[in-house]
Design a protein around this ligand. Structure first.
Ligand code: GLY
Length: 324
């Protein structure tokens, strides 16, 4: 028998064994939380959370909750950072990024999508109806049209006006809002205690054509592990991409970090990895939820707000930050 076949046979025999974990100090999970909760980036997340709670009360699961919440934000034609109302790239085109991840480890993502109102629903359709995780650009649009998403030529007059003003200087400096919102990242736990997450954005304004940020990248802008917790991000995507922040936060929670400490550690790691940049030139903001229903949030600069629905109440909270 050749060596390769022998190897494959012994590998198959391993299938009968339970998977071994070599990670030290794994946290013993406490009782999972089953009252339902939603947490979203920024103060505008209250709108998303309200839509998510409505779906939960109608019998929806965590995936339905985050999809509904993200779609609510994409439906606002005046929103300058999410959906078709978002500020365009340097060539005047609004391009959209989104993703979802559910409680059984499935993920779907769409990048550089144009003229489709609900990128998060397309990301979910990619997850549920295709063998892939990520579709981009024309291919993503083709998939959307073939799956019943209509083409939408909407342009936000306010975004177009801002773009015309920007064109006068055409200065490109990737400044992400520090005291204001950009991406919506939304994490939900349903009444079974299952977790899902979604993220949707029009990305950095006046970005180079084809630029994709962290928001649709599984592990960077969003990560969910139903055994441990979920995390999502907002801020300058390039900094978050370099540090795989959402995956890191979930792995830190697996090791026993609280969601708040996972966010803090991930912010410190991000700042270290991006230390070649001027820290004044970017903001990064994280939220995380543990399987036990604890919530944490943290950012590089002050001003990051996040919205929570828990125990039947909506709250807008201000996260702590590394810098003051
Ligand atoms: N976090 C959104 C972006 O950088 O595109």
């Amino acid at each position: 028998m050749n060596t390769r076949r022998k190897f494959l046979q012994s590998f198959a025999a391993l299938g009968a064994l339970p998977l071994l974990s070599f990670m030290p100090n794994l946290k013993k999970r406490q009782k999972k939380y089953t009252e339902g909760l939603v947490v979203s980036t920024w103060n505008f997340g209250v709108k998303a959370n309200t839509a998510a709670v409505k779906i939960m009360n109608d019998g929806g699961n965590a995936l339905d909750m985050v999809t509904a919440g993200a779609m609510e934000m994409e439906s606002d034609p005046t929103e300058l950072t999410i959906g078709l109302g978002g500020l365009p790239d340097r060539e005047g085109h609004t391009t959209l990024d989104a993703c979802v991840m559910d409680s059984i480890g499935r993920a779907g993502s769409v990048c550089f999508l144009e003229k489709i109102k609900h990128p998060v629903a397309v990301a979910r359709a990619i997850m549920e109806k295709s063998p892939h995780v990520v579709l981009v650009g024309d291919g993503a649009q083709q998939f959307a049209l073939q799956n019943g998403f209509p083409k939408d030529e909407y342009q936000n007059p306010e975004a177009q006006k801002a773009y015309r003003e920007w064109l006068e200087k055409s200065e490109y400096k990737p400044i992400i809002n520090i005291e204001n919102h950009d991406t919506i990242g939304i994490l939900a736990m349903d009444k079974k205690g299952d977790l899902s997450g979604a993220c949707t954005t029009s990305g950095l304004s006046y970005k180079m054509r084809g630029r994709v940020g962290d928001s649709p990248i599984i592990g960077a802008g969003l990560y969910v592990d139903n055994e441990v917790g979920a995390a999502t991000a907002s801020g300058l995507g390039e900094t978050i991409l370099r540090s795989c922040s959402s995956f890191l936060m979930v792995e830190l929670m697996r090791q026993g970090y609280s969601p708040l400490n996972a966010c803090k550690e991930a912010i410190q790691r991000l700042v270290k990895i991006n230390s070649f940049m001027n820290i004044g030139d970017y903001q990064a903001c994280f939220i995380a939820v543990s399987k036990e229903g604890e919530i944490g949030a943290y950012s590089v600069h002050p001003g990051f707000t996040y919205s929570v629905w828990k125990n039947g109440e909506h709250q807008v909270l201000t996260a702590g930050s590394l810098l003051s």
